[in-house]
Write a protein that binds this ligand. Structure first.
Ligand SMILES: Nc1ncnc2c1ncn2[C@@H]1O[C@H](COP(=O)(O)OP(=O)(O)OP(=O)(O)O)[C@@H](O)[C@H]1O
Length: 258
């Protein structure tokens, strides 16, 4: 479904992604594990079309020079020049890190805002589907989003991406700032997505421990380069990966309450 070939992204002379090759098959849950500054957000922004947007805006303002090379194929089509809007309309939807939700609006209002590219009837179908998938959100639908816990806000952020009806859901650090319990809840939601909706998922994360058990395949990203790939079990069994990434569990000490 997604094939990335030799993708390179430069911010001025700094190489953020260096010759990346990655594939995601239809129906798979694939993870890219990497620590801070490895290039995770840049990778997902490139797939969502946001790097192109940044490049064009920066060029207009005479600011930083952003250059990209390589190819991104989605369902066999080279989408490297597609706008973010074209990508969303074709099913590539990004849920960004640190859940940028509308804090003063209710859960339901947030979900409706997220469906702005959809017809009203499609939004109500999506809402029914989302509330079946996340019954906890249904119970909270009138709650002001800013009063939700960190985990609930993350669930809402994922649900907002689902309103756009993704074929390929991109999750950027969905576990950031969550307690181990909340991390497990969010990962369970991804499992349910795979089981019940057939949505393909690409997750970029630094917390390997909760992610690896639920994925089909994974990659390790270091300094913009993919250094290892394998099944979830292969990644879990690799002593170097274990030593480098398995200490990372809610290590920023945030307990899920925002
Ligand atoms: N807009 C930008 N301008 C300049 N450099 C950038 C920009 N965005 C990212 N970078 C650089 O590219 C590299 C990769 O950053 P990126 O945000 O993709 O990493 P990350 O793995 O998502 O990190 P984190 O977990 O800290 O968010 C870093 O060195 C970062 O400083």
């Amino acid at each position: 479904m997604l094939e990335i070939e030799n993708l390179m992204v430069f911010f001025e002379n700094a190489l953020a992604l260096n010759g990346l090759n990655l594939t995601v098959q239809q129906g798979e849950v694939v993870a890219v594990i990497g620590s801070n500054s490895a290039g995770k957000t840049t990778l997902l922004n490139a797939v969502a079309g946001l790097v192109n947007d940044m490049r064009i805006n920066s060029q207009r303002r005479g600011g930083k020079r952003i250059s990209t090379y390589g190819h991104i194929y989605f369902k066999g089509e080279d989408i490297i020049d597609w706008t973010p809007r074209q990508r969303v309309l074709n099913g590539i939807v990004l849920s960004r890190e640190r859940h940028p939700i509308f804090q003063e609006s209710s859960v339901l209002e947030n979900l409706k805002i997220a469906g702005y590219l959809r017809k009203r009837s499609e939004i109500s179908n999506s809402l029914a589907y989302i509330f079946r998938l996340f019954p906890a959100l249904k119970a909270l639908k009138r709650r002001v989003a800013g009063f939700l816990s960190g985990g609930e806000q993350q669930m809402l952020a994922i649900a907002m991406a689902l309103v756009a009806r993704p074929a390929l859901l991109l999750l950027d650090e969905p576990l950031l700032g969550l307690s181990p319990h909340m991390q497990a809840t969010v990962m369970q939601a991804v499992v349910e997505l795979k089981q019940f909706s057939g949505i393909t998922v690409l997750i970029c994360e630094q917390f390997a421990q909760p992610v690896l058990p639920i994925i089909d395949r994974g990659y390790v990203l270091e300094n913009g380069m993919l250094t290892f790939s394998g099944t979830g079990a292969e990644l879990i069994g690799n002593p170097e990966i274990h030593a480098a990434y398995f200490g990372r569990l809610a290590e920023d000490g945030v307990d899920g309450q925002n």
